[in-house]
Design a protein around this ligand. Structure first.
Ligand code: ADP
Length: 323
C-alpha cells in the first residue's frame, strides 16, 4: 500500500480545497493512505503531518482558502530545512508528495524532487504566472471578484462623472489586471509587462473625458511601475489634466477570498486526480497543468525559473475597443 501526502503552499487560492479533496479521495480509491501536511512547507519541516480520511475532506469543495493552511517557509529554502522535511516524511513511510501552490512552491517542490522524493505539483495561484499551465487554480474566481468590483465602481463613477483607479493583485504579472480590464471594459489597463508613465494615463483619461464619457476605469496591476497609490499621488498634482475627478481603490486580499466558482472547482478536482494518477504510474518531478484544454504534466526542469508570457495582443484589443 502506497502512502502519500498533500500540502498547500504560498498564496492561498480559491479551489485549493477542491484539489485537496480530489487528491485524498483519488488516493483512498486506490487503497492508499493519504496524509495532510498543515501549513505548507513550514509544517513539513516541523512534522505537522496527519492522516486524512474521506470524511476529513467532506464539505470543503465549496470553501475558499485551504483547510490545510498555508505558509511562507524561509527555512525550506535551505538544504537543512528540506532534509528535516524529508526525515518527517520517511518517519511516516510516505513516498509521494503532492504540492498545491504557485511559482515559489513549485520551485521548492522541484528542489525536493531533486533530493529523491516522488513529488507532483498542482498549479495553483490566482496570479496565473506559473509556466506550464495556461490556467491555474483560483484565477477564474479572482477574476470574477475583480470584475464585480469594476462593475460596481462603474456605477458610482458614472453617477458622478469620475475616474477610478482600481488596483488588482497579480504580483509582477499583469494577467489579472489585463483580463479583468478587458472583461470590465476598462478605459485603461496598466500592467508591469508594459511600463506606463503617468502622463500617458493622464492623456488617456483626458481623451475619454473629451469624448464625453461618463466615467473612466483604470485597472492597475499591483506590480506595475506605478501602482494605484503612486498614480493617485501623481494625479493629485495634475488634477486639471484629467478632466475627471479621480478616486482610487485597492482590491487587495478581498480578491483571494470567497467561494470558488465552477471553473476552479472542476479544474482543481481534475488537477488533484491527475496528480495522484501520475504518482500511480510512477511519473513524478512534474507539474500538473492545463494546456490547450487538456490536463498535462510538464517536467519541473521545464517549468521552474521560467517567465510565463502574457498575450499583449489582448492589451491592443482593449485599446482598440475603448471607443
Ligand atoms: P507561491 O507558491 O504562491 O509563489 P512563495 O513564493 O511565497 O509562494 O513560495 C512559497 C514557499 O515555497 C516559500 O515560503 C518557500 O518555503 C518555498 N520556496 C520558494 N522558493 C523556493 C526556492 N527557490 N527553493 C526552495 N523553496 C522555495
Amino acid at each position: 500500500m502506497k502512502r502519500i501526502a498533500v500540502l498547500t503552499s504560498g498564496g492561498d487560492a480559491p479551489g485549493m480545497n477542491a484539489a485537496i479533496r480530489a487528491v485524498v479521495r483519488s488516493g483512498l480509491s486506490r487503497g492508499w493512505e493519504v496524509f495532510g501536511v498543515q501549513h505548507g512547507y513550514a509544517g513539513l519541516v516541523g512534522g505537522e503531518i496527519r492522516n486524512l480520511s474521506a470524511r476529513d475532506v467532506g464539505g470543503i469543495i465549496q470553501q475558499g482558502g485551504t483547510m490545510l493552511g498555508s505558509a511562507r517557509a524561509p527555512e525550506f529554502k535551505t538544504i537543512e530545512g528540506r532534509t528535516k522535511a524529508l526525515r518527517h516524511l520517511h518517519q511516516h513511510d510516505i513516498s509521494g508528495l503532492v504540492v498545491i501552490g504557485g511559482n515559489g512552491s513549485q520551485t521548492g517542490a522541484h528542489a525536493l524532487s531533486q533530493m529523491g522524493l516522488e513529488v507532483v505539483g498542482v498549479a495553483s495561484t490566482i496570479d496565473n504566472d506559473l509556466y506550464g499551465s495556461e490556467m491555474t487554480i483560483g484565477v477564474d474566481t479572482a477574476l470574477n471578484i475583480a470584475l464585480e468590483a469594476i462593475d460596481r465602481l462603474k456605477n458610482t463613477a458614472s453617477s458622478h462623472q469620475r475616474a477610478f483607479l482600481l488596483e488588482v493583485m497579480g504580483r509582477d504579472c499583469g494577467y489579472l489586471a489585463l483580463m479583468s480590464g478587458i472583461a470590465g471594459g476598462a478605459e485603461s489597463i496598466v500592467i508591469p509587462e508594459v511600463p506606463t508613465e503617468p502622463e500617458t494615463i493622464a492623456q488617456e483619461l483626458r481623451s475619454a473625458y473629451e469624448r464625453g464619457k461618463a466615467h473612466a476605469i483604470v485597472v492597475v496591476a499591483e506590480g506595475a511601475k506605478y501602482n494605484a497609490e503612486a498614480l493617485a499621488n501623481y494625479f493629485k498634482e495634475h488634477r486639471e489634466e484629467l478632466g475627471f475627478e479621480l478616486r482610487a481603490a485597492t482590491l487587495g486580499h478581498i480578491q483571494r477570498g470567497g467561494l470558488p466558482g465552477a471553473f476552479d472547482r472542476i479544474l482543481a478536482t481534475r488537477f488533484g486526480a491527475a496528480a495522484v494518477a501520475a504518482l500511480d504510474r510512477g511519473e513524478h518531478g512534474v507539474l500538473v497543468g492545463l494546456n490547450k484544454g487538456a490536463i498535462t504534466t510538464t517536467p519541473y526542469a521545464e517549468v521552474t525559473g521560467k517567465k510565463k508570457p502574457l498575450d499583449l495582443g489582448l492589451l491592443e484589443l482593449a485599446k482598440q475597443l475603448d471607443g
